[in-house]
Design a protein around this ligand. Structure first.
Ligand code: NAG
Ligand code: NAG
Ligand code: NAG
Ligand code: NAG
Ligand code: NAG
Length: 414
């Protein structure tokens, strides 16, 4: 019986011939087991034999192509391997299973009454981590529409949206794609500026994931119009000072260009713009004006203004200006508002200094005169002179509350 190579090529034809040729064997039977396997995995297809008497065993794929003819490979597909052929069990394995391999595999035993059983191969496709599609972008005050999509699974995955551990109900839709299913869960939620960056989660569940889930994190990207605020400098500004105006900008997307202008005028020549900072060194009164910071994105525009007034410096010599005298430094450090007050505060220092010097001089004079007088005899002609000095002493007293003068007076009265 050397016809096995012939059978290999005309297996379906063989049936009739076989029926007439082979000897009868009562009680022979075959049993097949259904198989479920993950896509990409390996399937073991088994045909159990009962009372096997050496008949030909043929295994066919769902398209009824013969894979193995009594142990010999018939179809050129290396993914199929015959791993066992015993009188009890014939087993083949299929590696790297795909959904197209699904279907009934035939275990046939060619006897006088041809016997066959079908092993159904089912392929399970696990969902990937779902993807998020933005159907309608989030704009402050509007409704955003988000879809969570699991493009391939079998049986279909279950999707749910979660925010702060609470489920957001959505609209589920399924679309069959050959043997797999695409599932989506679409939510519509109102969004505000404060929702920007909020964390959402889309979870995919699947029976074959046994309790586990595939999770996609998504953070809300809420677009909003810019806000603009100029951070003003502290205190007043004088000629020669330098000034940095910072324009604080928000917005989503963050405005890329920040526009500085001066109302009804051009920006001063020496003004430098770096990012959101406008810098002006050595201010002069020609810098006076209203400065505008403007920014825009696709969702709106915003502006803020700052009015600059440059005051005359207290030393008031624009030509000299550079080496700052101590009094100027003092006011510079303290930045007391109001130039007028400061100009006044500078003047009394000079006046008080002068008065003090005068007083000290007077005290010395009085002392000298007093000593001189006490050394000499008390003369009536001196009394007149002393009364003049006395007046001086009273003035002194009023200023200092000191007792030098009164002492001098007492001494004189002795
Ligand atoms: C095998 O699967 C097929 C198709 O799904 C089904 O009709 C049959 O009853 C199953 N057989 C066994 C033994 O589970
Ligand atoms: C089929 O293969 C089995 C096992 O190798 C063998 O025992 C049997 O004789 C073969 N049958 C035919 C008809 O070649
Ligand atoms: C498994 O099969 C798929 C197509 O079904 C193929 O793209 C992939 O390369 C195969 N993997 C291996 C390891 O053979
Ligand atoms: C700019 O000029 C217009 C018209 O001359 C005037 O009405 C407006 O007050 C000016 N604005 C400033 C900030 O100077
Ligand atoms: C600039 O502003 C200061 C303060 O108000 C004012 O005294 C001065 O006259 C202004 N100078 C010019 C050129 O406008």
């Amino acid at each position: 019986m050397a016809f096995s190579s012939f059978w290999k090529y005309c297996a379906p034809l063989s049936l009739l011939l076989l029926l007439s040729c082979s000897h009868t064997a009562r009680g022979q039977a075959v049993e097949a087991e259904n198989v479920t396997v993950l896509e990409g995995g390996s399937a073991h297809i088994s045909c159990r034999l009962q009372n096997y008497d050496g008949s030909i065993v043929v295994i066919q794929n769902p398209r009824r192509q013969t894979l193995f003819f009594n142990g010999t490979r018939a179809l050129k597909d290396d993914r199929f391997q015959m791993v066992l052929f015993s009188p009890q069990l014939v087993r083949i394995t299929l590696t790297n299973v795909s959904v197209s391999d699904e279907g009934g595999y035939f275990c046939q035993l060619y006897t006088d009454d041809t016997h066959h059983q079908v092993a159904t191969l089912s392929v399970v496709v696990l969902p990937e981590v779902p993807i998020v599609e933005v159907k309608k972008e989030a704009v402050e005050g509007g409704l955003m529409e988000l879809s969570c999509v699991s493009p391939r699974s079998k049986p279909p995955a279950t999707l749910r949206w979660v925010r702060d551990r609470r489920e957001i109900p959505g609209v589920i839709s399924q679309q069959e794609n050959g043997k797999t299913v695409s599932v989506s869960n679409t939510i519509r939620i109102p969004v505000e500026r404060k929702d920007n960056g909020a964390a959402l989660i889309c979870e995919a569940f699947h029976p074959a994931l046994v309790g586990q889930k595939r999770v996609r994190h998504y953070s809300l990207d809420v677009h909003f119009a810019p806000t603009v605020k100029i951070i003003p400098p502290q205190g007043i500004l004088r000629e020669g000072d330098s000034l940095s105006l910072t324009c604080s900008v928000t917005g989503n997307p963050l405005p890329r260009d920040i526009h500085w202008t001066r109302v009804n005028d051009t920006l001063p020549e020496r003004a430098e713009k770096t990012g959101n900072i406008l810098h002006m060194s050595r201010l002069s009164q020609s810098h006076n004006g209203t400065y505008l910071c403007q920014a825009h994105n696709n969702y709106g525009r915003a502006a803020d203004h700052y009015t600059l007034l440059v005051y005359v410096s207290p030393t008031s010599h624009p030509a000299i200006a550079q080496p700052t005298p101590p009094s100027f430094r003092f006011s510079d450090v303290h930045k007391d508002p109001g130039a007028v007050v400061e100009t006044h505060s500078a003047v009394p220092y000079a006046v008080i200094g002068g008065i003090l010097a005068l007083l000290v001089f007077t005290i010395i004079c009085v002392l000298i005169v007093t000593i001189w007088c006490s050394v000499r005899q008390k003369g009536s002609y001196l009394t007149h002179e002393a009364s003049g000095l006395d007046e001086h002493g009273e003035v002194q007293e009023a200023f200092l509350n000191g007792n030098d003068a009164s002492q001098g007076k007492k001494e004189y009265l002795l």
